[in-house]
Design a protein around this ligand. Structure first.
Ligand SMILES: [Zn+2]
Length: 235
């Protein structure tokens, strides 16, 4: 059965494609976030008030033998929380999609990391060039070093809620680190089984704040019961 190829399926999740063109031998894809709100990194308040827009250029996975550059139309939001010291904040994207100030998407960064790990700096840089991944030897080594460090703070307190990819469209689940006021990840749907599997893979989480819907509570309870049983079994 044939299914239409959505342009947005070619770019990292959470982005929609505005346009695409070739420039100096590269494929440039203009994207913006599909969500309509921003989450203040200082206080965690949700904002819909856009202050301004700016452009970020990041490299993504190559396409049809060409280097791909995402031209991200990112937003700055106003934070209206009374006690928050930050008035304006730049839009952030989910961890595992695009880190703040990153020059590569997370999925490209992951490939660069594995290449560097497998082949070492100079051979990996040569191979990366043949794969249309424009990274230098120094960048490869930097990525390997950065990713090899264990995360400083394990996840402990999270919030989980519904998230619309587009208004009245398809629903996913958003998971936030409530201690750091940051989006951790977007799960592809809002099925309890998906949330339960994600929670089971993050055993350091001790507190889960959820919406009033029953699905997430059920997933959290199941993940905790499983963890408890495995601990009892290990005694
Ligand atoms: Zn704020």
């Amino acid at each position: 059965m044939q299914q239409a190829l959505q342009r947005s399926s070619l770019v990292p999740r959470g982005f929609v494609v505005e346009s695409a063109y070739y420039e100096d031998g590269k494929a440039v894809v203009v994207v913006r976030a599909s969500g309509s709100v921003g989450l203040c990194p200082s206080c965690g308040a949700v904002s819909r008030r856009v202050h301004s827009r700016y452009r970020r250029r990041v490299t993504d996975l190559p396409l049809s033998g060409r280097i791909v550059e995402l031209l991200v139309i990112a937003r700055r939001f106003r934070c209206d929380a009374v006690l928050c010291g930050r008035q304006i904040f730049a839009e952030r994207f989910a961890e595992g999609v695009l880190a703040p100030s990153a020059r590569r998407t997370a999925r490209l960064d992951s490939i660069v990391y594995h290449l560097g790990l497998a082949l070492g700096g100079r051979p990996a840089a040569g191979f990366a060039k043949r794969l249309m991944l424009p990274v230098s030897k120094d960048t490869l080594l930097r990525v390997v070093r950065r990713r090899s460090r264990p995360p400083a703070d394990p996840l402990r307190v999270i919030g989980i809620d519904d998230w619309a990819w587009r208004r009245n469209h398809r629903y996913a689940s958003i998971i936030c680190n409530l201690e750091k006021r940051r989006i951790v990840t977007l799960l592809p749907d809002r099925e309890p089984a998906t949330a339960q599997a994600w929670l089971a893979a993050h055993p350091t989480i001790t507190i889960i704040a959820r919406d009033r819907g029953g699905g997430y509570g059920e997933a959290a309870a199941k993940a905790c019961r499983r963890r408890y049983r495995s601990r009892i079994g290990g005694i």
